[in-house]
Design a protein around this ligand. Structure first.
Ligand code: SAM
Length: 270
């Protein structure tokens, strides 16, 4: 750890070292000597992290709820706010269903799946769920496919490329979804250049939500409800500036704050 002192945040240095040593945090602070080769590799990773490369890209993996996903420059690194989106959507589904209906098939769409983290979390948590995970990026879908098969979920998660919720792959499912969930790109274009430099290493397509950041949020609010069955749930992660657009396009939506107190989620039940 001394090798990284002062150059990158301590938690990042710990994350890199845990990866190199294949250990948990407590294993980092034993007095066992570290091999010279490992120390050299650690130094090189610290230098790349110092130059702005996210540690999750350096290790190739990121945690999400109770599992982890492989990540690289083709996909967004999953965020804690999105873990919260999934947890709240699942809680709503569970509380809104008749006990007998809980075991019935549940059809979900993860719009803008990236690494596949949301789709995988749904399939792991809700054994009755079938998930269609879509993304505009072929490169992202390749990463998601790898993650899905790693967890043996290829039979329950289908991947497809699409650029809008009214394209055929989704329109075909009109009125049939129990859940449409999305963490879409929602950063206003003008704000992209001001993001932390490590965030700027993530795909622009995963971040850029257009002039007000609400391009895809608006598409989901406009077309999403038609895709849901009665009682189905639309769950979207939004920017803190999107309250007005949500209220205008979906007055019945419930807007919720994240754990830091910022507006972050819109939920709409059909
Ligand atoms: C913020 S990332 C979310 C990734 C992942 N679901 C997560 O929460 O970590 C948004 C994703 O939406 C995809 N995307 C961007 N524009 C899209 C569009 N028009 N239609 C579908 N997906 C899109 C991006 O490629 C990216 O993977």
């Amino acid at each position: 750890m001394k090798l990284a002192a002062g150059s990158i945040p301590r938690t990042d240095a710990e994350y890199l070292l845990m990866h190199l040593l294949g250990t948990k945090r407590h294993g980092l602070y034993s007095e066992l000597p570290v091999r010279t080769r490992t120390a050299d590799r650690f130094r090189r990773l610290v230098a790349r992290a110092q130059a702005g490369e996210p540690v999750q890209y350096l290790t190739g993996s990121a945690p999400f709820l109770n599992f982890d996903v492989r990540v690289d420059r083709r996909v967004l690194i999953p965020r804690p706010e999105t873990e919260e989106l999934v947890a709240r959507a699942i809680a709503r589904i569970r509380s809104g269903r008749e006990p007998s209906a809980v075991s019935r098939k549940l059809l979900a769409v993860d719009y803008g799946t990236g690494s596949g983290c949301i789709a995988i979390a749904l399939a792991r948590t809700l054994p009755q769920a079938r998930v269609l995970a879509v993304d505009a990026s072929k490169a992202a879908l390749a990463v998601a496919a790898r993650n899905v098969s790693r967890y043996g979920l290829a039979g329950r998660i289908r991947l497809a490329q699409t650029r809008a919720p009214d394209e055929p792959v989704l329109a075909r499912r009109r009125g049939r979804l129990d859940l449409l969930i999305s963490n879409p790109p929602y950063v206003p274009t003008s704000r992209l250049a001001r993001l932390d430099r490590n965030v700027r290493r993530e795909p622009k397509l995963a971040l850029d939500g257009g002039p007000k950041g609400a391009n895809i949020v608006a598409m989901l609010l406009a077309h999403g409800p038609d895709l849901l069955k009665p009682g189905g749930l639309l769950a979207i992660e939004i920017d803190s500036t999107h309250e007005a657009v949500v209220r205008k396009l979906a007055p019945a939506a419930e807007i919720e704050r994240d754990l830091a107190g910022r507006i972050r989620y819109a939920f709409l039940t059909r």
